[in-house]
Design a protein around this ligand. Structure first.
Ligand code: CU
Ligand code: CU
Length: 429
């Protein structure tokens, strides 16, 4: 079914993508200010779409777009799609690795076992160099954990031991530094302590206690830090609350000084179960969104912005206007959510070079849990939150009283939105 709403959203996504790809490809030295400065959205129609090109070398085919005066409002083909074998941000969104080898990704999940009365979740991470696609046809020489940016999402329960076997398969020395409460300095993953930096073809094992419950992350801590993070060495580390610990220590999970009644205690326990993947997390549609950006010309300023690496990947796919029929993009498509199923976003900002990033939802307000360490929201009924680098939190929203359709969300640094960090939920009845 052709819908105006969809085709207009697709036009917007395609126009912005075309402008971004063309600008980044045309001149490796272009700054993002030039991208935004010279071209209003109306002007994007004159740029044309580049099918493929590389950030570092300039595309062969971008001239074509200029020469034939291609009108992106008239003819969309597969323009704006990502390569089929590229990292899939739609699958990444809902992939949670818990250490069980039967999990989604057996390159990261090793095993889960008991040791001295504690559960150990063991993961394998390997640093490698990987050309990644950050806009359709635009590649970036990334430094990765397990060949992907963001690195694999690790998910554990409070109190577990997180055991990570790390090998560096890349020429630069790397580490893994966890944002958890870690009581052993040797395990901090910094150059100065413990195993220090891990050189090419060397390995180490990190062990971290999973605490506190929350939405956390891990990243490389080698110097220069901004390069090691910006190149792609980061991933989500989600620590689910242990409902039994919540029952014993309810005050650790609320920003509340008054007496805690039995009823309130049980409310918190139930909230913890809704957060814990081994209890009732399925009742919520959970997803990981890592806000990131890429400095394609290495001038210390990002040219491309995204959630989960690929610019506009949660935009609306191109339309086939020739047939008058809407076709969902294969790789660029909105995030489908069921109207009656609440959404929980584990949101993390890893962006380098910009001081702040943000998430703004259209037409709906949400509850926000800064760092995800509390079971009651730290921000109630907001439609915009900001995060500095390394800040993260849990967003809970629902569209249960909304009409089905497309609802936009994006960074409210509006230039980030225009340069890739713009997305849609497609709410279905
Ligand atoms: Cu590194
Ligand atoms: Cu950090």
């Amino acid at each position: 079914m052709m819908s105006d709403e969809r085709s207009q959203a697709a036009e917007l996504t395609s126009d912005l993508t075309g402008r971004l790809v063309d600008a980044v490809s045309e001149d490796a030295a272009v700054s993002r200010r030039a991208v935004l400065g010279g071209l209003g959205l109306a002007g994007a129609g004159a740029i044309g779409m580049s099918g493929s090109s590389a950030a570092s070398q300039g595309g062969d085919d971008h001239e074509e777009g200029h020469d034939d005066g291609m009108n992106p409002h008239g003819a969309f083909g597969a323009v704006g799609e990502y390569a089929a074998d590229s990292f899939d941000p739609h699958s990444f969104l809902r992939t949670f690795n818990t250490g069980h080898p039967d999990g989604d990704d057996d390159r990261v999940n090793s095993r889960v076992y008991e040791r001295d009365g504690q559960r150990v979740r063991e993961f394998t991470l390997t640093a490698s160099l990987q050309e990644i696609e950050i806009a359709p046809g635009v590649t970036f020489p990334a430094w990765t954990y397990n060949g992907q940016v963001p690195g694999p999402t690790l998910r554990v329960t409070e109190g577990d031991v997180i055991r990570v076997k790390f090998t560096n398969g890349q020429e630069h020395p790397h580490t893994i530094h966890p944002h958890v409460k870690n009581v052993d300095p040797a395990m901090d993953g910094i150059p100065q302590n413990g195993p220090g930096v891990i050189d090419l073809n060397e390995s180490t094992v990190y062990e971290w206690k999973a605490q506190p419950a929350g939405c956390h992350f891990y990243h490389c801590h080698s110097l220069p830090l901004k390069e090691h993070i910006h190149r792609g060495l980061y991933g989500a580390l989600i620590v689910d609350p242990d409902p039994e610990r919540v029952r014993e220590n309810p005050r650790d999970y609320v920003n509340y000084q008054g007496p805690i009644s039995d009823e309130y205690r049980e409310t918190l326990v139930e909230e913890a179960k809704l957060r814990n993947h081994e209890y009732r997390a399925d009742e919520v549609d959970e997803m990981v969104m890592i806000m990131n950006g890429f400095d394609t010309n290495f001038d210390g300023d990002n040219e491309v912005y995204a959630v989960n690496t690929q610019a506009f990947c949660y935009g609306v796919g191109s339309t086939d206007a020739e047939n008058g029929e809407w076709e969902a993009g294969e790789t660029v498509k909105p995030i489908k959510v069921k109207r009656d199923r609440p959404v929980r976003i584990y949101l993390i900002n890893t962006i380098e070079f910009d001081l702040v990033n943000s998430l703004h939802t259209h037409s709906q307000f949400f509850d926000y849990y800064d760092h995800g360490t509390t079971l009651m929201p730290t921000h109630k009924t907001v439609d915009t939150i900001m995060q500095c680098q390394a800040q993260r939190g849990i967003v809970e929203l629902d569209y249960s009283d909304h009409d089905p359709g497309l609802y936009m969300f994006h960074a409210h640094q509006s230039e980030f939105a225009e340069l890739g960090w713009m997305s849609f939920f497609e709410v279905e009845a």
